[in-house]
Design a protein around this ligand. Structure first.
Ligand code: ITT
Length: 194
C-alpha cells in the first residue's frame, strides 16, 4: 500500500520510510510531486496544522494523505517554540544557532523539562479526517550533543538513553520517538479499518 505524506521535510520522510517500509508500505511525499506545493500552516495547534496539510493534499489530488506536524515544547519557556518550532528564530536559520540560543535562554532555568509532540493527520478525499498524537518526554540538555537526527535532537536529553536523541542510532530514536508513538496509533487505525 502506498502512503502519501504531505511533508517536504526530508528528515521526516526518512523517519517515516524507516518505520513504514519494513511493514510493506511505500512512502511518497511532496518532494515526489512535479509542482512545488507550499501549504500555509495557520492553525493554532499541532492537530490543526496537521489537518490543514493532509486535507489540502487529499482534496487537491483526490488521494488519502497523511501529514506530520511536530515540535518541541519547553515548559520553562511557556511551551515555546511549540507549533513555531520550524519558524523559531527564522525558518532558514541553522539549528546549530537555534539550539545554542535555546541553551542560552535555559541558562538560569531549574526546570528543564520538555517534550516533542507529533500530530499525524489522515485525510480522505471524501472528507473523513483523523488525528493521532504522540509525545516523548525529556529535558533540555546542558550542551549540544550528537551527529544524528535533525532539528532539536542534539539538545533533547532522553533520560533512558543517558544522552540526546541525536547521540543514538536513528533506529533507537525511531523506537521511542513522538513520531513513532503517533504512528503506532495511525497503524492501529489502518489495521482496524482495512
Ligand atoms: P512540513 O510542514 O513540510 O512537514 P516542517 O519542517 O515545516 O515540514 P513542522 O512545521 O511540523 O514541519 O515543524 C517541525 C519542526 O519541529 C522541525 O522543523 C523541527 O525543528 C522540530 N522537530 C519535529 N520533530 C523533530 C524531531 O524528531 N527531532 C528534532 N526536531 C524535531
Amino acid at each position: 500500500m502506498e502512503i502519501f505524506i504531505a511533508t517536504a521535510n526530508m528528515h521526516k520522510v526518512a523517519e517515516f520510510k524507516a518505520m513504514l517500509e519494513p511493514l510493506g508500505y511505500q512512502i511518497k511525499s511532496l518532494n515526489d510531486l512535479e509542482e512545488n506545493i507550499e501549504i500555509e500552516e495557520n492553525g493554532q495547534s499541532f492537530e490543526e496544522n496537521a489537518l490543514i496539510k493532509a486535507r489540502y493534499i487529499a482534496k487537491r489530488y483526490h488521494i488519502p494523505a497523511i501529514s506530520d506536524d511536530s515540535g518541541l515544547e519547553i515548559d520553562a519557556l511557556n511551551k515555546q517554540p511549540g507549533i513555531y518550532s520550524a519558524r523559531f528564530l527564522g525558518h532558514d536559520t541553522s539549528y546549530e544557532y537555534k539550539n545554542s540560543q535555546i541553551l542560552k535562554m535555559m541558562q538560569d532555568k531549574k526546570d528543564r523539562s520538555c517534550r516533542f509532540v507529533c500530530a499525524i493527520a489522515l485525510c480522505y478525499p471524501d472528507g473523513q479526517e483523523y488525528v493521532f498524537q504522540g509525545t516523548i518526554e525529556g529535558n533540555v540538555a546542558k550542551k549540544i550533543e550528537g551527529p544524528n537526527g535533525f532539528g532539536y535532537d542534539p539538545i533533547f536529553y532522553y533520560e533512558p538513553f543517558h544522552t540526546t536523541l541525536a547521540n543514538v542510532d536513528p533506529k533507537l530514536k525511531n523506537s521511542v520517538s513522538h513520531r513513532h508513538n503517533a504512528l503506532i496509533k495511525l497503524l492501529e487505525h489502518l489495521n482496524e479499518t482495512k
